[in-house]
Design a protein around this ligand. Sequence first.
Ligand SMILES: *Cc1c(COP(=O)(O)O)cnc(C)c1O
Length: 400
Amino acid sequence: MRQAGPWLRAAEGAMLLGPDGIPAPTVFAEMSALAASTGAINLGQGFPDQDGPAEVLEAAVRAIRDGVNQYPPGRGTADLRTAVAEHQQRWYGLDVDPDREVLVTAGATEALAATLLALVEPGDEVITFEPFYDAYGALVRLAGGTHVTVPLTAPDFLPDEDTLRAAFTDRTRVVLVNTPHNPTGRVLPDEVLRTIVELATRYDAVIVTDEVYEHLTFTVPHTPIATLPGAAERTVSISSAGKTFSTTGWKIGWLTAPPTLVDAITTVKQYLTFVNGAPFQPAVAVGLRLPDAVFAGIAAELAAKHELLASGLRSAGFDVMRPDGGYFVIADTAPLGYDDARAFCLELPALAGVVGVPVSAFVRPDHAAGYRSLVRFAFCKRRSVLEDAAERLARLHAPS
Ligand SMILES: *Cc1c(COP(=O)(O)O)cnc(C)c1O
């Protein structure tokens, strides 16, 4: 049987094609398998090991018992779309029409997929920063687009303005922003966001912004790019309940955008999943309406977890980059005498009983040089797990 097909482009876009042209398993799967076979603490994959707010979980149980178990409306339940609109108003002062400007999706992933498949024609260029979330590369290529990247380089992971300007061309269809950023944890400063809006306007590109970590910032507040002058009319803002409420398995996400964009994206979305997660939609509406203090508490707890892991990494001898938000911290293995983070990650379970992922997994092979010694560790884990991991990592520094 013929093997070729768009899936090969997706694998290539996510950097899964080996030198032999055969798709390899993702580095996340590889490292998780290594954690499972060695009993190492898995700080590779970014999912929480603790439940989120009890009110949210209870609301889902109640909805199932109350019979909310059939297909919900195509754009999401009216109540969740209203809760999303209220959330955008309460936190950011954005006016969003729940009937025409909100679409509920199967996680942020489906929002990204439906948006790119709806907007990108073969040959169109899509700009992202690099390192990038692996789905971006896969989806851009699946849509037939050309992926153009702008590097964020250590130690501050900010883009060079001239490089950002040079990335835009008449073929730019979408600029895909992610702030707070995975894997670096950088919150993009307002001046970078302003430059993006200026360039997107000049080249008539759509801004797609992945803000799944919007509530998980530690030091600087998150600015949604849609709040900047001239941005809202050309911006698709994407978020998800998974990261904020520790419900990554529910896959409830949403997007807000002007009505014509929502209509276009809905046209694709209805043939991807049609709908999903009926009983989880009212539960996420409960979550979005929780008091400000609950959101602040979630961020503060995560900031404390970051401190716990970062101080462990520092005492083990890593150079640690301070994230502004999100689930991850990047550590440089160079001070420990390593220059290949992938080889280091393969050895780490035996050396210290911990698993991380090399940042090169988020970078195209031909751009990997600047990221060679960097490892990403997740700190969205129970404090006891992070304390254990910090103690184990301290062995790296112990005289042998
Ligand atoms: C986790 C993550 C997603 C996926 O969100 P889902 O709601 O689980 O689909 C998208 N973007 C980034 C940057 C993420 O870290």
